[in-house]
Design a protein around this ligand. Structure first.
Ligand code: CP3
Length: 343
């Protein structure tokens, strides 16, 4: 019989104490073993598309820190790539894509390419699932449609001015792009669940760029469509949503987006979120990655504050955003020890 998995228990609504712990970007450049492995691939995209390397990168942080979850090592921008949109990762910039500025480019996104293109990702999921330590759950993920659209329309990270203009100046075109991405995310996450992902997470890193009215249309609406399709096929697979920077809009997100758990960013006051997002919604978060980077007394105080705010309700310990590359791995070990040592 498979041993109990605390992450799945909490997502099923059962509060356990101390809460299960994993960290966004728990694999990556802050780990020397990741940097060594990364040197084996010519570029970041081929790294993600090599199942052997992606499996090993997913498992590295588990060996070191004994987290309660593994997250598939990949990137949200593999999805537009799988639809045929060119993608590269450039040193010092991050992801770079040709900006999607008109209908001709939108028409080139090809849903039929998705399934064969993501085969290496599915192989990595099967491999990680087979190698998981007992008690550890596997999280699959995708970017949410709005955040994917931000990178597609602007072509790189920044202020996303082109996206914010298209939302207002060409709402029909933007809605078509969101609809196409919604279908792609559904196909991608269903395939990940079939391949063995036990939890699915939607990263909407730029959700908070929208006003409430546009947030309902381009964040909550598409997310609700995605969760409805996932639940129809995999009712027992929980979904975590991360509407970063959404502020008070997390209230509507929690009620209407159909997610089981809301991942909160650093600015969310957990004792207020506790009231805005009552159980059965699970809260995930929300230590500031810079408290982890700096360590010391501030780290301890912040962690104790989180414990006080969420004790007694279903919660998953995480950061409010990903681990920063300069973080000393010893601080992560200290954090895990501190959290697991809470009485
Ligand atoms: O450990 C994990 O969390 C799994 C791996 C993971 C990566 N990216 C690896 C990665 C996950 C879940 C992501 C999600 C992701 N990717 C998001 C959503 C979460 C967030 O951070 O807001 C976004 C917006 C992206 C897009 C992206 N990919 C950016 C902006 C960058 C450049 C910034 C950076 O940190 O370099 C990437 C590259 C990337 N994705 C790296 C890693 C480990 C660094 C590249 C390298 O190692 O060479």
């Amino acid at each position: 019989m498979e041993s109990r998995k605390p992450l799945l228990e909490v997502l099923g609504g059962k509060a356990t104490w101390p809460s299960p712990i994993w960290l966004m970007r728990q694999a990556g450049r802050y780990l020397p073993e990741y940097r060594a492995l990364r040197a084996e691939a010519a570029d970041f995209l081929s790294f993600c598309l090599s199942p052997e390397l992606a499996i090993e990168a997913s498992l590295q942080p588990l060996r070191r820190f004994g987290f309660d979850a593994a997250i598939l090592f990949s990137d949200i921008l593999l999805l537009p790539w799988a639809l045929g949109h060119p993608l590269s990762f450039e040193e010092g910039i991050g992801p770079v894509l040709p900006p999607l500025s008109d209908r001709t480019l939108l028409a080139r996104l090809d849903l039929d390419r998705l399934r064969p293109a993501i085969e290496p990702v599915l192989r990595a999921i099967r491999g990680v699932r087979a190698a998981l330590p007992s008690g550890v759950a596997l999280i699959g993920f995708a970017g949410a449609p709005f955040t994917l659209a931000c990178y597609l329309v602007d072509g790189r990270g920044g202020e996303f001015a082109a996206t914010r203009r298209m939302v207002r100046e060409e709402p029909g075109l933007f809605a078509e792009l969101i609809e196409c991405l919604t279908q792609a995310v559904i196909g991608y996450l269903l395939a990940q669940a079939e391949a063995g992902a036990e939890v699915l997470m939607l990263f909407d890193s730029w959700a908070g760029l929208l006003s409430p009215r546009l947030f309902h249309r381009f964040v909550i609406g598409p997310t609700a469509a995605i969760t409805a399709s996932l639940k129809a096929r995999f009712p027992a697979v929980p979904v975590i949503g991360f509407p970063r920077l959404a502020g008070l809009m997390v209230d509507a997100y929690g009620r209407l987006a159909g997610v089981d758990c809301v991942s909160l960013d650093t600015a969310a006051d957990l004792s207020l979120a506790e009231r805005l997002l009552p159980a059965p919604i699970v809260l995930q978060g929300n230590l500031d990655p810079f408290s982890l980077l700096s360590g010391g007394a501030c780290l301890r105080e912040e962690v104790l504050g989180i414990a006080e705010a969420v004790r007694g309700r279903p919660h998953i310990f995480n950061l409010g955003h990903g681990v920063v590359a300069a973080t000393p791995p010893e601080h992560v070990a200290e954090l895990v020890g501190l959290w697991r040592g809470l009485a």
